[in-house]
Design a protein around this ligand. Structure first.
Ligand SMILES: [Zn+2]
Length: 376
């Protein structure tokens, strides 16, 4: 245990890295995948089950929590960790991205964003200062700078102006965050798909100085090729000795490609959301449990998976409870998907430490290319 948040890189293989982020609430093994606990819960999962999948850290959403139940209320009730019964590290986003994607009637100024809640239409304001205050009230271990993320495609001029606003907000975020031992503040690089703008953004963030750095503005519909295009150079613009976080990513092959390019942390709703819609990720790619081919199939989703859904239930059962809209369907499929995502992370950490990431990656792609087992 430590009073400060620190990052120790333990091994490197090509550009891929593995290490440990130490926090007063426990260690985060990197590369790390963070399940998303939007409304103070990873949907359909008990916190101890999330931990059992191998997660060291969760992500909470500032935008959702400020609207309901409110950051001040969570603070009065002892903070987010106690409120949701998760005593390990929590990273909170700044609210900026979801104001863009969910809120109505936004008004953007130099000061910040005013918007209407998507829940009840009430009016709210988020500024760098208010975002830092909310994340402090929540008790977040890793706090994100308040930034603006333009939807792509956008003109170079619009991306540049937005990035420069985010850099001014990053400076205000750092100022408002202050000195908080045991808590970390991460800066967020913007700049779209333009190398010069990414470089300018990285320089601005490094001049301010952060405990970690995120690559922002990706996974917003640009496609994997464009995203990897940015990741081919963007992580290298950031300090080597700090964690690098790719926000909102992604599918298993996005995650593997990002780690290969030097990313240490990621988050995505995909495994949990897909669990509720019947989409299952395995070593053999994606399967849809609602498909009739599973209705008489006594085999598990994945013979090699050690999650409860695979150890104790057949495809036929999972198909049945999904079709019957039973709650256990979301619970089991979410558990399996989160378990699989954490398996990928553990596999990569081991492979990087052993210097055989390329071999591991080839096996990962070969399994997916082989596809799901043949129907009975
Ligand atoms: Zn499983």
């Amino acid at each position: 245990m430590t009073a400060q948040i620190s990052f120790e890189m333990q091994a490197r293989d090509g550009l891929a890295r593995t290490g440990v982020i130490s926090t007063p609430r426990g260690e985060i093994r990197t590369p790390a995948f963070m399940p998303v606990g939007t409304a103070a819960t990873v949907k359909a999962m008990m916190p101890e089950s999330v931990r059992a999948t191998g997660a060291d850290i969760l992500l909470g959403n500032t935008y959702h929590l400020m609207l309901r139940p409110g950051a001040e209320r969570i603070d009065r009730l002892g903070g987010l960790h106690k409120f949701m019964n998760w005593d390990r590290p929590i990273l909170t986003d700044s609210g900026g991205f979801q104001v863009m994607s969910l809120a109505g009637l936004r008004k953007l100024t130099e000061k910040g964003v005013t918007f209407k809640s998507h829940i009840d239409g009430s009016k709210h304001e988020l500024t760098p200062e208010r975002s830092m205050e909310i994340q402090k009230l929540l008790g977040s271990d890793i706090v994100m700078c308040f930034d603006e993320c333009p939807a792509l495609p956008a003109t170079d001029k619009a991306v540049a102006e937005s990035m420069r606003l985010s850099m001014r907000w990053a400076e205000r975020s750092k100022e408002a965050f202050g000195d908080r031992p045991g808590h970390a503040l991460f800066g967020i690089m913007q700049g779209g798909v333009t190398p010069e703008l990414r470089e300018e953004s990285a320089e601005a963030l490094k001049a301010i100085g952060f405990d970690g750095y995120a690559v922002g503005g990706l996974a917003v519909g640009e496609g994997q090729e464009a995203m990897f295009g940015v990741l081919d150079y963007a992580p290298g613009l950031l300090p080597e000795d700090k964690p690098r976080y790719l926000m909102g990513v992604g599918k298993p092959d996005d995650i593997v490609g990002a780690v290969k390019r030097g990313i240490d942390m990621m988050d995505c709703v995909l495994p949990s959301r897909s669990g509720r819609t019947g989409q299952v990720f395995t070593r053999c790619g994606v399967l849809n449990i609602k498909n009739a081919r599973h209705q008489d199939d006594p085999r598990p989703l994945d013979e090699a998976c050690t999650c409860p859904a695979c150890r104790h239930y057949s495809r036929a059962y999972l198909h049945h409870v999904f079709r019957s809209q039973e709650i256990i369907s979301s619970m089991l499929l979410t558990w399996h998907n989160l378990h699989y995502f954490q398996d990928i992370m553990a596999g990569m950490r081991e492979a990087i430490a052993a210097g055989r990431f390329a071999e591991w990656e080839a096996g990962f792609h070969a399994g997916r290319a082989a596809g799901d087992i043949e129907p009975l």
